[in-house]
Design a binder for this molecule. Sequence first.
Ligand code: G3I
Length: 382
Amino acid sequence: MRNSTRRLALFSSAMLLAACSQQGTQAPVPANAGLKDIFKDAFRVGTALSPRQFNETDTASIALIDKHFNITTPENVLKWEVVHPTRGTFSYVQSDGYVAFGERHHMFITGHTLVWHSQTPRWVFEDTLGKPLTRAALLAVMKNHIENVVGRYKGRINGWDVVNEALNEDGTMRQSPWMRIIGDDFPIKAFEYAHAVDPQAELYYNDYNLETPAKRDGAIALVKRIRAAGIPVTAIGSQDHHKMDWPSAALTDSMFTAFRAANIHGNVTELDIDVLPRATNNNTADVAVRAQMQARLNPYAAGLPDSVQTALARRYGEIFKVYWKHRDIIDRITFWGVTDRDSWLNGWPVPGRTNYPLLFDRNGKPKPAYDAVVAVAGSSAR
Ligand code: G3I
């Protein structure tokens, strides 16, 4: 978009905000406000952080983070393989840096993720002779991990992804080592242990493709089982790793409607929109999926055509209208990265592609998608 057009779009957004605030739908925000202020009466706005950012070596990102975001997720440094790489060894160098950054920058700090089948070393599920653990032994390993990690940051990390991606696409429990060895109550035990260590912390169940009705219903059923055991669940985290054509706004709308009917808050925890051709024929965000590079899968290496830029803005606008509509049960919207340069989608499922999934370009400039998102705030989109 040309500069003059962009200025006009921003001016229009600001005027819209001002008009809506007069109708009492949203408190006034300054004209140069960032996302966190623009949406402050609706939900927090967040980003995933990598070491380059929380160690403040990527200085250009810091101003963007301060301006736009008030809640953070560590993209990788609180995963099991990083903090608890070998039996009896906890390594908090990176996660300490992440939490310190959040405190310095006055963020609501979340932790990701305590119990997941991925990025979890094999030793977790085996004894010292390489034999599979018993249920009791694996529960003890899980409890020890949670007590150490949650305990270290008690009162500082404000919310935890306790269990990540425990469901199959049909809503049944995934046959992960956690499930095979412990059984289908492993999420209940994980939430119980986390709650016992830090009763004040928010606790989330996090997964992708929850717009699929069967998987969504599986997540709701899982939360009901945990709650029935007397353990609080603050919200379901819907990752929202979207494609340009999937999921539809209607499916996303139905997901939040179903969450509301079940009295469960729904957060958006890993938002991005993949603009590149599909390299596989499913909608997964499973990190284990990989595909070979081919030229046709990387069409925008030299830059994003205006037509695709405009389509991305339209797509972000359509999704944000749904979020805005359901803002009473959405506590936060978190993007999976700050700028397009940071995105995991440059490397997955095909390594070495050039993707454009976020609101800020590789130079940290807001894209037309940013304006489309801002235009939703305070609108009467219902
Ligand atoms: O840190 C090592 C580095 O030392 C090594 O040289 C390099 C070589 O491959 O790998 C580095 O680790 C990589 C890590 O990201 C940090 O960059 C891993 O290989 C790579 O697999 C890992 O990918 C992450 C992926 O989760 C798996 O943990 C992505 O960055 C991260 O965006 C992605 O995030 C997941 C969420 O946790 C859960 N939901 C889906 C989401 C997207 O897949």
